[in-house]
Design a protein around this ligand. Structure first.
Ligand code: ZN
Ligand code: ZN
Length: 222
């Protein structure tokens, strides 16, 4: 479990996302073409059937209108239902060539691969939330669970919540505005030497007088 934890924390999501998008595109496009090729006979038949069906329905509707003029309301309803029944069952009507075993295998493999892509996407979003919440010193368990149920909506909520918080200039932990960082103890607010106003620790210049704010921690390392 710890191994997986550090793996997720050190994951390069930009690289992972690029690879994932490329690989999924290849699978979806090639799989779609192959499936379409395997079912080419049936697709052609469905299109041909639909065209004749549309034509006959147009003719039929014309006839219906003429005939309905002679029937009462009750009969008209029954006849309408008959038409719906015809349409919903036209695939099982035996009018089409049965797909080959190979076509079935291709179709189910393609469907399984698409499901796998969706699953990997879902897990990637959860892993990103786990990593981002960890880096921001936010509740990573909560955000990962929210990601499991709400996925992209959880990512948007996470970004909004994070943007409302103060970031520590030293360790990058996100938190409520306060005097010191709760993760590393660095002051989050610094008194401007020029005017005495309290400014945020991450600011480079005072928003009140324009004085440069010295950063002891970061300046020493430079
Ligand atoms: Zn800190
Ligand atoms: Zn100032």
């Amino acid at each position: 479990m710890n191994k997986m934890q550090s793996k997720i924390l050190n994951m390069d999501f930009q690289k992972a996302a690029k690879r994932f998008v490329l690989l999924s595109l290849i699978i979806v496009v090639l799989g779609g073409i192959l499936t379409g090729f395997m079912f080419r006979t049936q697709i052609g038949e469905v299109i041909a059937y639909h065209q004749t069906y549309e034509n006959s329905r147009e003719n039929g509707m014309q006839k219906d209108i003429e005939e309905n003029a002679r029937y009462d309301g009750e009969n008209r309803e029954d006849r309408g239902r008959e038409h719906d029944y015809e349409e919903s069952n036209f695939l099982e009507s035996g009018l089409f060539t049965k797909p080959t075993v190979g076509a079935h295998i291709v179709f189910f493999t393609y469907a399984a691969l698409c499901a796998l892509i969706a699953l990997v996407y879902w897990l990637l979003v959860m892993a990103w939330l786990y990593q981002a919440a960890s880096k921001a010193a936010m509740n990573r368990t909560l955000w990962t669970i929210l990601g499991l149920f709400f996925n992209l909506a959880a990512v948007i909520a996470f970004l909004i919540v994070r943007s409302l918080q103060t970031i520590c200039p030293s360790c990058c932990a996100y938190q409520k505005a306060g005097a010191f960082c709760r993760a590393c103890g660095v002051p989050l607010q610094i008194k401007c030497a020029g005017c005495g106003v309290l400014v945020e620790g991450k600011d480079n210049y005072c928003s009140h007088c324009g004085n440069r704010i010295p950063h002891d921690n970061t300046d020493k390392t430079k």
